[in-house]
Design a protein around this ligand. Structure first.
Ligand code: ZN
Ligand code: MN
Length: 838
């Protein structure tokens, strides 16, 4: 049977006013008990409440920000009940005429936008606090009478995760508006939830209220548990009692507290001591003046205006102060993506180390902008920039002053360096000759000579470029990464792994290839592509990164096997899609023959020609012109995007690969691994091994049992790519041969499920009931990406999130290993890097 769940929240937000809502006592947290009290808030007879103007203004501001209809006139009512922390025996609240009604908040959850309606917003006073000590109960009335804004949503939420997301977004909003500090541990935001479950399309079920959820995590866990509990009762044919329950955080379940009272139990009646509050133009103008650009609008603007990815945008817009700081830095001349990357990476590391907030740190927006300008202008190089950042925190000084004091300015004058290069070339004619002949190794030696001559301050990239220029070398690097294209068929018929031999000899004077290009072979390993290890990928990534940062390559061509090409191509795309030169992966179904003849060499020749900007006419699904920068795949005479590649058959003459969901493939090919790709090869290798270990790919098949997935989760798998049937369905019936248990287990074990389809098509979870249950269970649809592309994206996302955090060190100062973190904020960042795909 298909069930539907309905969740509504009542969120109490403590307003940051100077004084209480109906008297002039200080509204402060943490004072000595019963020091902020007076006859009004202690409920003495004969006293009169007076409305705090700041509180009502804040209330209307929140109502306005949440798109409510603002009441021209609002009124207060008495809510009567007896409780020791309520000295008057009634609470002044708003019942008949709240200050705001019929609003909404747009929530983005799992990449889907959803509008959650706000039923009403009302202003009321808080009660005091009971402190239970042994067999005594103590009362502190400091909190009695502090202003609370109660935000009541319609039951538009369906699952715990959504409610958690709503609470977090609301927290951001009230913090942006500076009306609440959002501190849930101190009780500044408290939440009650209404939950009901019913048959799909049968409307609301019988309602259970869960009280006192004092963290967004508890909201998620309590709702998940409660929905499950009600569903089980209904499935057994029982009825759910209408009652109030409490979340027991120690036992991870809800417990019955009392049967639910209805509104009439409170005997609401209009508060006779309080006049109606009427808005006027001056008041409404003050409310308007309090409004700011809200987090959702700001995130959207940041993504489009600054070209940032989802994870960066979320990080920057979490706090208004951070977003403001970022924009001041960009206004001061900092390049938008560079500033974001530095804030997420090195700056965050320094802040963590110093235990400081951005606002209160020695790093001003102007200083970071200046540092990045110096880096961009080539005055310093990357490692020096990181050192300088560290010293800004230590010395509270300007980057320029630090660099001058340390003597760190790079020599980047082409004239000065050109002379040094010419001198080095003249002094070492043999090295120069080797380089001219295509051997790259002596370049490092010549760079070293120039470094020595300039006291280590020469800009290395420019030195390499100048050496290339001086020796008129413009290389296309051909990297061999195993596979048949580099393999050789022995006389006994066995294919052995190999490397690309004698490229220079083969391609020299080739009329099909542009002249003036030399080939540098970098053999990465002698293996077949099905034997790829994480460390092989690490070597490939590090080599590509090294070639790109050297800046002397005109293009990179990578020879690869056919079977696993879809993986390596998408892996490189997530890392290097923004490369400024073409990176072309190519493969052949048949191994090369002795003497360099045959399809393997022909394909390689076409790839080189295309990368160089010439040759290869034929079908190109991407329509990319020869020599287009970024990652590409060339097979036979066809060119493919690196993402969503599917291998069909070993046939080079007809289309042996195809691209699934071309639009998604083209749209989603953006680099997400800017920090990951810069890791040293040792760290990259251990991070990749760890990421692979935590990742599992499972194809859903009839009769599949959840237990197999559960065993994997228990063995340490943290992310599962679930390849579903068709458009996102799986068996979720209550049976052993179903995924139901695995979905529930994943949610409890905080394992993320990413859904792809076995068919070409977009997983959108729309029409199918079982897909909807997967969605409720927290599975994340990956749209039109293939399993292969999602798997490699997961690897890159994990390493990127780890690298942004700075990893978890292992083994002393000279760290070679790199442990990925495993806390919830880390996993959230991985998920947001995954969800950034369209
Ligand atoms: Zn008072
Ligand atoms: Mn209330």
């Amino acid at each position: 049977m298909a069930w539907q769940s309905f969740v509504g929240l009542e969120i109490h937000v403590q307003l940051l006013t100077q004084s209480k809502v109906f008297c002039s006592c200080a509204a402060a947290f943490g004072s000595e008990p019963n020091t902020n009290v007076c006859p009004v808030c202690l409920g003495y007879p004969g006293v009169l409440p007076a409305l705090n103007g700041e509180a009502i203004e804040m209330g209307y501001t929140v109502a306005r920000a949440l798109n409510c209809t603002l009441a021209e006139e609002c009124m207060f009512d008495r809510k009567n009940y007896f409780y020791p922390d309520l000295p008057k025996n009634y609470q002044i609240s708003q019942f008949h005429h709240p200050l705001g009604t019929n609003g909404w908040i747009d929530l983005e959850f799992r990449r889907k936008k959803k509008r959650i309606r706000i039923h009403e917003i009302h202003l009321e006073e808080d009660a005091g606090k009971m402190i239970h000590a042994g067999d005594m109960s103590l009362l502190d009335y400091n909190r009695a009478g502090t202003p609370l804004l109660e935000i009541v949503t319609e039951p538009d939420l369906e699952i715990g995760e959504e409610a958690e997301a709503l609470l977090q977004e609301l927290r951001r909003i009230v913090r942006y508006l500076a009306v609440c500090d959002g501190n849930m541990e101190e009780g500044s935001m408290r939440c009650d939830a209404n939950v009901s479950v019913n048959l799909r399309d049968a409307g609301l079920g019988s309602k259970v209220e869960i009280k006192n959820l004092n963290s967004s995590r508890f909201v998620r866990k309590a709702l998940t548990h409660e929905i499950e509990r009600q569903q089980e009762i209904l499935e057994r044919g029982g009825t759910v009692a209408q009652e109030t329950r409490l979340w027991n955080e120690n036992r991870d379940l809800t417990e019955s507290m009392r049967s639910k009272e209805s509104a009439h139990d409170y005997r609401y009646f209009p508060e006779p001591d309080m006049p109606r509050f009427r808005t006027d133009d001056a008041f409404l103008a003050r409310v308007e003046a309090r409004l700011v650009e809200l987090p959702a609008a700001r995130r959207e603007r940041f993504a489009t205006q600054y070209g940032l990815d989802l994870a960066q945008v979320e990080l920057l817009c979490e706090e208004r102060a951070t977003a403001d700081w970022y924009e001041r830095c960009v206004a001061a001349g900092g390049e938008a993506t560079a500033v974001a990357a530095w804030l997420a990476g090195d700056v965050r590391q320094q802040l963590n180390r110093a235990g400081a907030t951005l606002d209160a740190s020695p790093l001003t927006p102007e200083r970071l902008a200046e540092l990045l300008r110096l880096l961009d202008a080539g005055t310093i190089h990357g490692p020096i920039a990181k050192q300088t950042l560290r010293l800004i925190f230590e010395r509270d000084d300007d980057p320029e002053a630090i660099i001058r004091a340390e003597g760190w300015e790079l020599v980047s004058d082409r004239g000065v360096l050109g002379e040094a290069v010419a001198a080095a070339v003249a002094a070492h004619p043999q090295a120069a000759e080797q380089i001219r002949a295509g051997d790259r190794k002596p370049i490092g030696f010549l760079v070293g000579q120039v470094m020595k001559a300039t006291g280590g301050r020469a800009e290395p990239t420019l030195v390499r470029t100048l050496i290339d220029e001086a020796l008129s070398v413009s290389t296309i690097d051909v990297l061999s990464f195993g596979g048949a294209i580099a393999g050789r068929r022995q006389s006994d018929g066995l294919v052995v792994g190999g490397n690309l031999a004698d490229l220079n000899a083969l391609f020299e004077n080739d009329p099909d290839l542009p002249s003036g290009i030399r080939f540098a072979e970098v053999a990465l390993g002698e293996f077949l592509s099905e034997e790829i290890l994480p460390s092989d990928w690490a070597t490939l990534i590090a080599t590509v990164q090294e070639r790109l940062s050297e800046g002397s390559s005109r293009a990179l061509v990578i020879g690869h096997g056919t079977d696993t090409l879809a993986y390596t191509a998408s892996l490189l795309a997530w890392l290097f899609a923004d490369a400024r030169i073409p990176i072309v992966l190519t493969a052949s179904a048949v191994p090369g023959e002795e003497g360099g003849r045959g399809e393997a060499i022909d394909t390689l020749r076409r790839a080189v020609a295309w990368a160089a900007g010439g040759g290869v006419r034929g079908e190109t699904p991407t329509g990319a012109a020869p020599g287009t920068p970024g990652v590409h795949v060339l097979y036979g005479s066809r060119l493919y995007p690196p993402v969503n590649l599917k291998y069909l058959r070993a046939d080079a003459t007809s289309a042996a690969f195809e691209t699934w969901n071309v639009a998604t493939a083209t749209e989603s090919t953006h680099a997400i691994g800017r920090e990951a790709r810069a890791l040293p090869v040792g760290q990259l290798s251990s991070a990749l091994e760890e990421a692979v270990r935590r990742t599992h790919v499972a194809k859903v098949y009839p009769g599949m049992r959840g237990e197999t997935l559960i065993a994997n989760m228990d063995a340490g798998v943290r992310h599962i790519v679930l390849e579903l049937y068709d458009t996102g369905t799986a068996n979720l019936r209550e049976a052993p041969f179903s995924l139901r248990r695995a979905i529930a287990h994943a949610r409890e074990a905080a394992v993320d499920l990413f859904c792809t389809s076995q068919q070409e098509g977009v997983v959108d979870f729309s029409g199918y009931v079982t897909a909807h249950e997967l969605w409720r269970g927290g599975a994340i649809p990956m749209g039109g990406l293939t399993t292969e592309s999602v798997y490699t994206r997961l690897l890159v996302a994990q390493i990127e999130a780890g690298a942004r955090r700075g990893g978890e060190g292992r083994g002393g100062a000279q760290r070679s290993a790199f442990d990925l973190p495993d806390d919830s904020s880390y996993r959230d960042e991985v998920v947001s890097l995954m969800e950034d795909a369209p």
